[in-house]
Design a protein around this ligand. Sequence first.
Ligand code: C2E
Ligand code: CA
Ligand code: CA
Length: 869
Amino acid sequence: MPHPTLEQERLDALRALRILGSTPEPHLDAVCRIAAELFAVPIVLVLLVDETRIWFKARWGVEGEGIDREGAFCDLTIQGQAGIPLVIPDLLGDPRSADSPLVVGQPRARFYAGVPLALRSGLNLGTFCIMDRTPRPDFGARETRLLGELAVIVEAHLRLHEARVTGETDAARRLMAEGALRQSEQRFRLLAETSTDVIIWSDLDTTRRYVSPAIRTVLGYEPDELVGTKPLDFVHPEDAEAYGLVLDDLTRARIDQASTCQRYRRKDGAWVTMEVSQSLARDPVTNSPTGYVTSLRDITERKAVEDALRLSEERLALALNSGSDGLWDWDVVTGEVKLSDHWASMLAYDRSEIVPDISSWYTLIHPDDVEHSRRTLADHFDGRTAAFECEYRLRAKGGHYIWILARGKVVGRTADGVPLRVVGTHIDITRRKTDEQRIAHLALHDPLTDLPNRTLFWERLTDEIRHATAHATRFAVLTCDLDGFKGINDGFGHPAGDLLLQTVAARLLAVVRNVDTVARLGGDEFAIILSRIRHAHDAGTMATRIIEAVNRPMAFNGHTMSVGASVGIAFGTGDTHDAVALFRQSDAALYQAKAAGKNTYRFHNPSAETARAVPGSLKSEMREAMKRGDFQLLYQPIVELETGTIAGFEALMRWEHPLRGEIAPSEFIPLAEESGLIIPLGAWVLKEACRQAASWPAPLKIAVNVSAIQFQQISMEETVLRALAGSGLPPHRLELEITETILMQKTEAVTRTIRRLRDIGVRIALDDFGTGYSSLSYLHQFDIDTVKIDRSFVVAMTSPRTVTIMRAIVALAKNLGARVTVEGVETRDQLDLVRAEGCTEVQGYFFSPPLPAEGLVRLIATGPSRRAA
Ligand code: C2E
Ligand code: CA
Ligand code: CA
């Protein structure tokens, strides 16, 4: 039984402390955790003993807020002397505790050690105790002492709490300073002495005050030898400056934590690389820094492995590029750049003419490319990219620019990651670039007149609308048809027709301003965008001049030909948003001009516009059509050139409309994409095509078109897997045809989807190559199995320029292990040309149009050779 007066005083003190209902103390929880680890016990408690309850102020390994005081042996502890622990190695074997509910019930404790917690001498408010579920006869004097030391920390907290409660802020500070110091020192030592890392406590002037015993094994010094020394005296001279800066930041409290890596001198004189982490210690009350703790770990071995790795990468880079590429080696610190002979000769310089310095290198980069290259480099320096890779132009000696693909890698960094050295290569990619530019030009221009084609026209029109919206400008769209063109074509022949179109193109260009666009949309149909005009009548004036220009006679083979022109005009303002609607308006106006007797122009007049079927209705019918099963798949054979056999089929969708008849995909796919219906529709195509293909003999493949909208779907991969699983078709017999638009999104998601699909064995074809931006670099960037060259290429193959480009594409594709399929081969001549260029597969009406599934079995059996490929 506790002494009554003392007990009353104790309870008064406890109440005055107002601690029982106070919030949990993370510091005390931490102490519990440390104790649990240090003594390998499952239960640690900070207890406060109230009249009838024992409260858990902090706990580890038990739940709840407290227990009844009745029968708790902690009472024994608080009756002892402050700081003197009570240890009961086996609770069951001790009459004082054998019947305690803590022993016979949960947590079935078998071992107990507790230290009374005193606010002032004699006033034991509670205990700091540990328990185990097995007896601990091994708990000796050392452990008991350590437990006492930890209890000091807990006590310091109680006192601090008291100081806070009684409002004695000054006392709190003082006590805290004392308590915190003792606390941190105690805790610190406990951890430090048991750690295999070297732990050091230093003052803010970096003087070491405490060095843990692990220093003996790690660096060979006695701990006492290093007390009073400073770290920089032991750090390798080359590492000292950078490390000094970090220490400066830390001790001036600009940073609270630092991780670095330095070489330290061991006692035997050898240098060892150490990983160093440091944390600033702050006074818990004033928050001002009091010193810092360092932990040192020997990573010499790990470092050696890393270095070896770096070296081998460096060598690899050199070996890889010892061929025709230019090499460079840049010392980031000094700015010096070492360049190979080939580098200089690539740019036609003599070595002596090049200042071996990074800044002079930058002066050679095309001004438009500087920013991009700097950004790409920064990305690599900052670790956002694994390697530096960038395309830019460099000025050669003659003053012209050549395109370079620069690749490089940081091969040395300081401890805190600042790049020291970069090694890399330069490859001349001028050819590829010009090819790409030519292809891009071809894709956007009409081969006959070299005017922008339909695609570029839409692009320019959309730009113009955007500009008008942003700057409240006005513009006009003119559509222009030649009157009497058909007569000339029929009468004088195609060459005359071609010449006429070229002449008209030149005259139109001569009439308009530089900022305007003249496009040939097809046949004898031209369109003109008059950019940023002031009044509608300006467009009328222009139309008159256009008609006059076209009207002027032209000579052909001693004959004189002449045609007329009809022009329709639609006027655009900042309120115009719909390019298609605007174009329709000018088209309607053109129709009125023609109806008015030709060789004249008309402005768009809304009331005259006839109601016509809007695509909206088709769009709304599509859902029903899908339900009814009006969509159908046709299959067009893909023929392998070398063997003349069928390699597989491309699935092409058709819509069998009950009233309109067959609708081409070029009409309904864009609508399905707009409405989102392409997703279920595309899933159906995949499922149906795979099902069909599974019935064909292996290794016949099925090529399925996938729209960009489908590809953006997260479920895309799953849709493909389902189609494969449902049909039993092996993945390598499925080829997905994707377009450049998909690759241009270049998002992580796209890259990942492509990679995953390829990982499961599905093949990827790049469709319609030559119609978009046709960047050959996509072939490098993505793993593409097949490149499908667009039909427009085959049509244009009469020009030697196109043939050259085709050759480049084939060579590049083959180099990368991709097959080349040419689409839209209609004649034997085309087939021969394509074959000569080394394409692997062809597809086109020459062999077969797309066919219904039923006819395929026979075709597969007989082969396509009936047309004598
Ligand atoms: P594409 O993928 O380039 O398909 C080739 C197109 O060229 C097909 O037109 C085909 O019938 C046509 N073609 C084949 N050989 C010749 C030839 O020798 N001469 C000529 N002039 N044309 C030939 P189709 O079937 O009208 O398809 C047009 C486009 O619609 C396709 O172009 C494709 O982009 C899209 N498409 C078709 N089916 C699907 C589909 O299931 N899903 C998606 N997302 N798109 C599809
Ligand atoms: Ca296709
Ligand atoms: Ca295609």
